[in-house]
Design a protein around this ligand. Structure first.
Ligand code: KG4
Ligand code: ZN
Length: 325
């Protein structure tokens, strides 16, 4: 069983021999009106949702709680108050059922999600991991060890989507909305700047400021009249930044394949462009199904299964962690 509660989704999954039997997500709508996740509200909602979500997942999987072999849970990084709910329920189940606990790194789980649908990923694989909290270029080596070769120095790509959407008066999370409006907009309507951070690192704090100043100069009603064009141009700015460094990393490391992971990998333009990039470079590209892009517990269960096989169990007294392990 996998339990994910790092942010605002309470998710539970049951997997058996690599097959996902249930992947349930209880999303918290409460944050929409606040324009972002409110940690205290998230923690309380997890508390209310977690046991019913476990019950639903077991029902969907057609599995009895007593037949669970191990409990994987997100140990970090994430919001402490949210993580604590998932971790303590996992500990309770672990002790009650007498089965191993498997503390999982959320970022590594987003990568593990790629292996749910492809167990023969060509390695080394260069992964563009883009979520609301992280933007990393990660190399999965032939021995499955991972190296972070690039990272954001400020905002994550998902944050750039969400903050940009907020400036445009759109609800949280703004990524899917920008994606939707951009579909019928002109991506060349306005040119947003690409960051000039050296090496393989990213910066996304400038693009939202640039959007803010650009809109301040416009007359009343401009956003309403040109929402689709602004979204398309803004999205293109984020994508161009992502692909500038991906291209550079690809030249530097010459991977056998490339992949995307994390919530922003649900973006339709990103999905198109990564396939195009792979075929231009003559390497394989991997894209997770939508249910495995944004936060989900199947990815925690998948990572848990790998750790379970290695017998790397998490002790009961183990605490949350916030850094890459
Ligand atoms: O992986 P995730 O669910 O949570 C974190 O670990 O952060 O990612 C959430 C992020 C949010 O910023 C959301 O706006 C973004 O993924 N996102 C998208 C799309 N769907 C989700 N961004 C752009 N286009 C989308 N279609
Ligand atoms: Zn995530």
């Amino acid at each position: 069983m996998g339990i994910e509660s790092s942010c605002d989704d309470t998710a539970v999954s049951v997997m058996k021999k690599g097959k996902v039997l249930a992947n349930i997500i209880a999303s918290q709508k409460i944050h929409e009106s606040w324009g972002g996740v409110v940690p205290e509200l998230a923690s309380r909602a997890h508390q209310a949702n977690i046991l019913p979500t476990i019950k639903r997942a077991l029902e969907m999987a057609g599995v009895d709680l007593k037949s669970i072999d191990g409990i994987a849970f997100t140990q970090g990084p994430g919001l402490a108050g949210s993580l604590l709910v998932g971790m303590n329920v996992a500990k309770g189940l672990g002790i009650g059922l007498g089965i191993p606990l498997l503390g999982i790194n959320h970022i590594q789980a987003h990568i593990a999600a790629l292996f749910i649908e492809n167990d023969n990923i060509e390695l080394p694989c260069l992964v563009l991991l883009v979520s609301g909290g992280h933007t990393n270029l990660i190399l999965i080596n032939k021995d499955y060890s991972c190296d972070i070769v690039g990272r954001t120095i400020d905002d994550a790509a998902g944050e750039a989507f969400d903050k940009g959407a907020k400036i445009l008066g759109l609800a949280y999370p703004g990524g899917p909305l920008i994606d939707k409006f951009a579909a019928t907009g002109d991506k060349n309507f306005h040119s947003f700047p690409i960051s000039k951070v050296p090496g393989l690192d990213y910066s996304f704090s400038g693009i939202k400021t640039s959007l803010l100043y650009y809109l301040k100069k416009q007359e009343k009603g401009f956003i309403e009249r040109h929402l689709n064009d602004i979204c398309a141009s803004y999205q293109k700015g984020i994508m161009d930044s992502l692909f500038q460094k991906l291209t550079k990393a690809n030249m530097q490391y010459e991977p056998k394949s490339i992949a995307i992971a994390g919530g922003v990998s649900a973006n339709s333009t990103l999905r198109e462009r990564i396939v195009e990039f792979g075929s231009n470079q003559n390497i394989k590209s991997y894209i997770p199904s939508f249910q495995f892009c944004t936060d989900n517990a199947a990815m925690i269960a998948a990572a848990g299964a790998m750790v379970f096989d290695l017998k790397e169990y998490t002790p009961l007294e183990s605490n949350l962690y916030t850094k890459w392990k």
